[in-house]
Design a protein around this ligand. Structure first.
Ligand code: PLP
Length: 384
């Protein structure tokens, strides 16, 4: 009798159901060894040689993520989201042309403009949610990579992954997607045609604001994926075993957290749209959002835990409102169980597409009424 295939939430809840063979523990041990015994014939029959290229706890966490992303070629974990993202660019060659989203995680944009450019990559930034602009920027035979972040931080624009993949592939390029803010619960970019998916696993995958981690997943086990593995091994970018364990523990509850967080974000977006002190709400779940129709197609079960609001009264009122939150935490980052608020323009500085009156909200798992009441009183205090 064939076994009934299990839903990803069941597999994730049990971290792929792996049992410790020694004790029958339902939570496998953390593998900390950095080195491994050679066989008498000098081989390494365990498959492990040294801790920089590989680690069993990292393998186990990678298996959960690869399952969630339907990544046929597997997943690789890194010491941060930036380490994962930059490994993709470092797998390219000097002179390669890259087209990347104009609205993206600001520190990666800064890295692309400085380090990647210094190493000879030619980076062009376009609004990847504008398919005509993307098509015009991609040069057949010359562009090697299209990098799209969707929903994009902090404006939450939506790139049509399937259409972007078609444009990239027609030009002989690969498509990589930063899917941090969708998570595999809502979007699986590889199934829509993307070649690589990237996560700042620091965010909702871990979900408890206590691990810095990054991940890449690939559709094809090709020479580009092999280059990325070589980059991680050579530069020592692998995640540590303790962090891999914590990340795996976080992913066991990913579905329940993400569903709750996205439902609250949607309800906040709707209620804040009618707030007299909010001039605009940016959230792809709202029908008036320019990317809503595409988001409704490529995101299942919700539109994510991130939204931004523009505050009537401008930058001063926005900064003052953020200063008056009581339940929200005034801090950078996103995706944790605790709700965070941040005035993004102060962080991103010159060259950022972020308007000065914008507050970014990361929605946690607290009671919805408490979250809304906190924002309401902070917005009122911001206008006082
Ligand atoms: N991508 C997105 C969308 C992010 O929000 C972040 C961090 O905030 C990163 C990448 C980088 O991740 P990390 O901080 O783990 O390096």
């Amino acid at each position: 009798m064939t076994k009934r295939p299990l839903h990803p939430r069941s597999l994730a809840a049990q971290a792929m159901g792996k049992i410790d063979p020694l004790t029958k523990g339902v939570v496998p041990p953390i593998h900390v060894s950095t080195t491994y015994i050679r066989d008498e014939d000098n081989a390494y029959s365990s498959g492990f040689i040294y801790g920089r290229p590989d680690n069993e706890t990292v393998h186990e966490a990678q298996a959960v993520l690869a399952m969630l992303e339907e990544a046929k070629a597997g997943a690789l974990l890194f010491g941060s989201g930036m380490a994962a993202a930059t490994a993709v660019f470092q797998a390219l060659s000097p002179g390669d042309h890259v087209v990347a989203s104009k609205v993206m995680y600001w520190a990666l944009r800064a890295w692309l403009l400085t380090e990647a450019t210094r190493w000879g990559l030619k980076i062009e930034f376009v609004e990847t949610d504008d398919l005509a602009a993307l098509k015009a920027a991609v040069k057949p035979g010359i562009t090697k990579l299209v990098w799209a972040e969707t929903p994009s931080n902090p404006l939450w624009t939506i790139t049509d992954i399937a259409a972007a993949a078609e444009i990239a592939h027609a030009a002989g390029a690969r498509l990589a997607v930063d899917s941090t803010c969708a998570s595999p619960v809502h979007t699986r970019p590889l199934t829509l045609g993307a070649d690589i998916v990237m996560h700042a696993a620091t965010k909702v995958l871990n979900g408890h604001s206590d691990v810095v981690a990054g991940a890449l997943c690939a559709r094809e086990d090709d020479e580009f994926w092999a280059r990325i593995k070589t980059v991680r091994k050579g530069q020592g970018g692998i995640l540590g075993p303790f962090e891999a364990y914590l990340l795996m523990r976080g992913m066991r509850t990913l579905h329940v957290r993400q569903e709750r967080q996205s439902a609250s974000a949607m309800a906040l977006a709707q209620k804040l749209s009618a707030h007299p002190l909010v001039s605009r709400v940016l959230y792809p779940g709202l029908p008036q959002h320019p990317g809503h129709d595409i988001a409704a197609r490529q995101m299942q079960g919700g539109f994510g835990y991130m939204l931004s609001i523009q505050v009537s009264g401008g930058e001063r009122a926005a900064v003052k409102a953020a200063a008056h939150v009581e339940l929200y935490k005034r801090a950078t980052s996103l995706g944790g169980v605790e709700s965070l608020i941040e005035h993004r323009a102060s962080i991103e500085g010159a060259g950022s597409p972020c308007p000065p009156d914008l507050l970014r909200l990361s929605t946690g798992i607290e009671d919805f009424d408490d979250l809304y009441a906190d924002l309401d009183q902070a917005l009122k205090a911001g206008h006082g």
